[in-house]
Write a protein that binds this ligand. Sequence first.
Ligand code: AMP
Length: 439
Amino acid sequence: MPFSSLGLTEPLQRAASDWNYLEVTPVQAAVIPAILEGRDVRAAAQTGSGKTAAFALPLLQRLSSGPRERGRLVRALILVPTRELAAQIGAAIRHFGRYLPAPLKTLVVYGGVSINPQMMALGGGADVIVATPGRLLDLIGHNAVSLAAVSTLVLDEADRLFALGFAEELGRILALLPARRQSLLFSATFPPAVQAFAEGLLHDPLRIEIAAGPATTPAILQRAIEIDAPRRTQLLRHLIETNPWPRVLVFVATKYATEHVAEKLRRAGLAATALHGELSQGARTQALADFKAAKARVLVATDVAARGLDIADLPVVVNYDLPRSPVDYVHRIGRTGRAGASGAAVSFISAETDAHFRLIEKRQGLRLDREQVAGFEPVEIAPPLAPGGGGVKGRRKSKKDKLREAAAGIKAVEPVPPLNPAPPANAFAWHRRLPRGRP
Ligand code: AMP
């Protein structure tokens, strides 16, 4: 379906076509007409489905035809869990609005950077604010912004907002919004806390579920490679050197590991950079810019830093350390295969993490063949499964996880839909397929 069939004005269509959006994605086809009509929306959609344009384009159309506000007032509020996602959405909105006859003011506000420039920028109000909840409340506390005139609220990645413990902040923000408004909620998954929240927030919403399938989720070839944990950096280096990957995103578990692995790769002559939550915002932005501009071929990141990243042309994601939860696994591998391109997700499985990976597979309803790379065959033996499946490393929740879940009222991780139940058997030159089981 072409963009011209959705009722969007010419300036918005032109901006979409500048980014080579020719056909609408399913979430866009479903949601754009409903938002233009003023309806609430509850959409189950993953990153990669085109959901940003699905809410941004009709939002801009409605704002550009409505009256301007003055003073500290804001017309549309988009709440997101991370700074990177905020920056990304802000950039998309500025792009989509570029040909509108009267320019709209869009501001992006998040924590971790000085509040003063954000307060200054808010002088005279804004048409759109893209914000993380904590910083928005700080700005409200400083009287820099008022939500009394918000006509549209968007919650993006609502499950992440809850998982990161923002439930209380969301409640405080909602209390400041006018009762009459349009509300749009996007979430990859709907754990009970998000479901309950959506019920209270939305009025007669359009409910859509974009099933993760070939139409929306491009083919992500998932692979599992067995490797002894101490040899993972060597294997990673080997894979990067022997595959024509222009960019590689590597996930590790800790801030220390991002620096350590990046440093080792650099010493081997590969342009690698680290990204983690404790870097200053300037350093994070620089690391991402280097990666996007291909100055760094490898980005070694923690989950928290990589959440919501949209990197065009990312052929491969490597799970050097496995993610803690199946939901994080889906988020990680969704960084590749964006916008219809195909991608690969490679997970390193060691004797220690084998049982944990099986749990991730089970939640996804898939079972990947274990592969070994010639010269990197593992020699360590997997520990036997404890009776009842308990006591396996990586399977227990940390204290922090439990606290966050308790804060969010989340009882258990939702099952996630399969992304690639039957991975094709083509694949790379670098592995040889071995029968399942250890030599
Ligand atoms: P999102 O789910 O909003 O993060 O979008 C995922 C990616 O798909 C981004 O790189 C978008 O620029 C791209 N995209 C969104 N809609 C379309 C479309 N209709 N045609 C082509 N690419 C799109």
